[in-house]
Each structure stands twice: as structure tokens, then as C-alpha cells.
Design a protein around this ligand. Structure first.
Ligand SMILES: Nc1ncnc2c1ncn2[C@@H]1O[C@H](COP(=O)(O)OP(=O)(O)OP(=O)(O)O)[C@@H](O)[C@H]1O
Length: 250
């Protein structure tokens, strides 16, 4: 469903120029959940942002369902693919109620049955009508992330790009949101690309993953390999070992 080939991107000019993505390539099947992991600064979020249309100066080729993605963010692309960010507080407008946050995309895209769609979406993400007129500061972190997920799903996209969707949440709430994401994918056959530092999240949610290091993909493997000793790449091995020793220390 999604292919990324020879994706390159840099920032800055002249002597300040820094190449951030080097020939990044991977493909994700329809209905698959694909993880992108790697150390901080390795370029994971930048890949998602290129797909989401938030950067336009990339080189390479990206396709969705066989059709090439252009450099501009079109309405059609928004309908097909939505992004969920790490910090639900930052991604929701502080002076917009939940109702306004969910209505806005429906109005922009001139969708029918707007009121009904908002009600149904609130239920789908485990909230209800009583949340409709609340502001973000009147919600818990987990509820805010549910609203952010609802806003991403309200246009019925086929693909969700998830950038560390649980890392700003308390550990107890992280599992709730991961379960919700797993449930939504199973129910609607959504395709996910998920960026995370947390290999546990990948094991929980993803079928396969790619490991990034300094702007390159250095390994692609099944997420089941992380738990069953099937990791052969030395760099991936160090990430797995680092996670194990961190969990033991915690
Ligand atoms: N808008 C920008 N301008 C300049 N440099 C940028 C910009 N966005 C990202 N970078 C640089 O690109 C590199 C990759 O950043 P990116 O956010 O993709 O990494 P990441 O793997 O997602 O890291 P983290 O896990 O810490 O979020 C970093 O060196 C970062 O400083």
C-alpha cells in the first residue's frame, strides 16, 4: 500500500546544510502496522513528516496504493492519511472544544452528517457526548490523546501516521491508548506507520519494523523477532539489549 524509495532530505543552506535522510526505503502492506525505531535524531519523525506532506523539499519516490505522492499537501492526501502527534496538548487548540476540534475537518472537507459523525467518533474512541463541550485543559492526558486520535480518524483515512503516540502519557494510560489503536486497526483494517523509541510498543502494535541509524534504514525485520532471539543485525541487537537493561534497572 505504501512504498518509500530512495527518500532523501536535508536542512540548511551552504556550509550549514545537513543531510538528514539518506536513501530511505521500505514498503508497508495494506492493513499492516509498521514500526520505525532508532536512536534520537536518526530521522524517524522526518520520514513521517515527508509522508504526511509537512515537508515538501524531499527527493525520491513515495507511493500510496500505486499512486505517486506529490510535494504538495492535497485534500485527497488528507482524506487518505492522517498524523497523530506525541503531545496531545500541543496538537489540540487550547481554546477549541472537543466538538470544534472534531467538526473543523468535517467542515473543511464538506462532509455530510457532521453532528452524527462526531457523536459516533467519540464513542469509537471510548468517550461520549459529555466530552463534546469540554476544552483540552478539562481532559486527562489519555482523554486528550483519544480526542487527537478521533480528530485524525474523523475523515475516515486508510492510513494513520503515529509519532510517539503514547510517550507523553503515564505508563498506566499508555496501555489503554495502545489497546485502542490495536482495536481500531483490527476493526477498520487501517494501515499504521508508528514512530517510537519503545520496542515494547512495537511488539505490542506492529507486524514489522525498520531500524534507523543516522538517517538510514539499517535493518528491517518482523517484530516477533525482537522477543524470540531472531535479531541478527548487530545495531538492532544493541537496541534490544539497551531496552532489556533499561527494563531491568527500572
Ligand atoms: N526543521 C528542521 N530543521 C533542521 N533540522 C531538523 C529539522 N527537523 C529535524 N531536523 C534534524 O533532523 C534530524 C532527524 O530528526 P528527527 O526528528 O527526524 O529524528 P527522530 O529520529 O524522530 O528523533 P527523536 O526520536 O528524538 O524524535 C535531527 O538531527 C534533527 O535535528
Amino acid at each position: 500500500m505504501i512504498t518509500v524509495k530512495a527518500l532523501q532530505l536535508g536542512f540548511g543552506e551552504g556550509s550549514q546544510y545537513q543531510q538528514v535522510l539518506h536513501d530511505v526505503g521500505f514498503s508497508v502492506g495494506e492493513g499492516e502496522a509498521f514500526g520505525l525505531v532508532g536512536e534520537s535524531g536518526s530521522g524517524k519523525s522526518t520520514v513521517l513528516r515527508c509522508l504526511a506532506g509537512l515537508y515538501s523539499h524531499w527527493h525520491g519516490e513515495m507511493t500510496i496504493g500505486g499512486r505517486a505522492l506529490g510535494h504538495k499537501l492535497t485534500r485527497e492526501r488528507c482524506r487518505l492519511m492522517q498524523m497523530v502527534f506525541q503531545d496531545p496538548y500541543g496538537s489540540l487548540h487550547p481554546r477549541h472544544t472537543v466538538d470544534a476540534a472534531l467538526m473543523e475537518p468535517l467542515v473543511i472537507h464538506r462532509m455530510d452528517r457532521q453532528h452524527e459523525r462526531v457523536s459516533q467518533m467519540l464513542v469509537k474512541v471510548g468517550l461520549n457526548e459529555s466530552f463534546r463541550h469540554r476544552y483540552p485543559h478539562q481532559l486527562s492526558g489519555g482523554q486528550r490523546q483519544r480526542v487527537a486520535i478521533a480528530r485524525a480518524l474523523i475523515l475516515e483515512p486508510r492510513i494513520l501516521l503515529l509519532d510517539e503516540p503514547t510517550s507523553a502519557l503515564d505508563v498506566s494510560v499508555q496501555a489503554e491508548i495502545l489497546n485502542l489503536l490495536a482495536e481500531l486497526r483490527a476493526r477498520d483494517g487501517l494501515t499504521y506507520i508508528l514512530v517510537t523509541h519503545d520496542l515494547g510498543v512495537v511488539v505490542h502494535l506492529c507486524d514489522r519494523l525498520a531500524v534507523m541509524q543516522q538517517g538510514r534504514i539499517v535493518d528491517t525485520l518482523a517484530s516477533s523477532a525482537l522477543g524470540n532471539g531472531g535479531v541478527t543485525n548487530p545495531y538492532t541487537r544493541t537496541l534490544v539489549d539497551a531496552t532489556r537493561s533499561y527494563s531491568r534497572a527500572a
